[in-house]
Design a protein around this ligand. Structure first.
Ligand code: CA
Ligand code: CA
Length: 325
């Protein structure tokens, strides 16, 4: 009797938890809701043909929820059948059964994660996650045009100063095509401690604080400490301070608002850049620079006043230059 037959028919199952997209070779787990009047389930998976029709590429009778299958690239649809093998359909063609709605999903080739590619002298240290080899006074635009590019992703930046330039401490964040953060690097401009991308008397003062033991190295970031060693000899000392001061005097004659193209033809800028080599590899963090021998307190105080005097002199010089420009 039909009424009796419908009483014995399972209720409709549903596939649950499937995503819309998978990568080729990734395992796909097929779970479904349990149904009444059911003796067993069959799982059927079909691949879409070029003409839009589907063909069965996987079928498992007496399957259990939790079946795991992996696929090649393509468009798929899956369904699950709930069967009651105690009764037959009215026409005797099959046992009483019901089929779920289709669940559709796509399988794609794996996408390679984005990578930074150094160009034009830029270098990426995979251990320290630091980027070096950039020229002083660089902007985000020059960084993306001339220094480093990204493959299969996008970049975002976090700047240490409001100037938004590629100074020491600038974070370069690499995102994949799904906008997931996959890597973060930090820019190091040797000699630039405060992150404005230039090295001058202010930076020399900061380096002197470290060199003279007036501030703990732990107060600085790894990028700032790397930048302190302007002459790349592994020590942060008076030689670095002197080198940065010397460059700072040249900086007074450089228009810091000039374009990168203008700077490249400026002889003072080229001399300024040549003073501190930006292409030397950074010292790894597990091989920290030897801390400078602490000086006697009186000597430290004298050095502090000396550097303060240099900064004041530097600013007076700049103000004078601005007024006479
Ligand atoms: Ca600086
Ligand atoms: Ca040094």
């Amino acid at each position: 009797m039909p009424g009796c037959l419908e009483c014995s028919r399972p209720n409709k199952p549903s596939l649950v938890g499937l995503r819309d997209f998978y990568e080729e070779g990734e395992t796909v787990t097929f779970n479904w809701t349990s149904t009444t009047n059911t003796t067993h389930y069959n799982l059927v998976i079909e691949l879409r043909n070029d003409d839009g029709s589907y063909r069965v590429i996987y079928r498992k009778n007496y399957a259990a929820s939790g079946e795991v299958v992996s696929f090649g690239e393509g468009y798929y649809r899956a369904s699950v059948q709930s069967y009651n093998s105690n009764c037959w359909e009215a026409d005797g063609s099959d046992w009483v059964h019901i089929i779920s709605d289709y669940s559709y999903f796509q399988v794609n080739k794996p996408v390679n994660p984005p990578v930074l590619i150094p160009l034009s002298g830029a270098a990426i240290n995979s251990q320290t996650r630091q980027i070096t080899g950039l020229t002083a006074g660089g902007t985000t635009a020059t960084f993306e045009q001339n220094c480093v590019t990204v493959s299969g992703g996008s970049l975002e930046y976090e700047y240490p100063t409001a100037k938004q330039v590629m100074g020491t401490g600038t974070k370069v964040k690499v995102y994949d095509v799904e906008q997931q953060l996959v890597d973060t690097y930090t820019v190091v401009i040797f000699g630039d401690i405060d992150g404005d991308s230039w090295y001058d008397g202010t930076d020399a003062y900061f380096v002197s604080l470290v060199a003279n033991g007036l501030i703990s190295q732990s107060a600085w970031t790894a990028a700032q400490l790397a930048a302190c060693d302007a002459n790349h000899d592994g020590n942060i000392d008076a030689a670095d301070v002197a080198l940065i001061e010397r460059a700072g005097l040249l900086l007074n004659d450089i228009d810091q608002t000039a374009s990168h193209e203008e700077l490249e033809t400026n002889s003072v800028y080229l001399e300024y850049c040549s003073l501190i080599d930006q292409t030397v590899e950074i010292i790894e963090p597990d091989q920290p620079a030897e801390p400078a021998e602490p000086r006697p307190a009186a000597q430290n105080i004298l050095a502090w006043f000396r550097n303060l005097f240099i900064i004041v002199l530097n600013w007076i010089y700049r103000i004078f230059n601005l007024q006479t420009a």
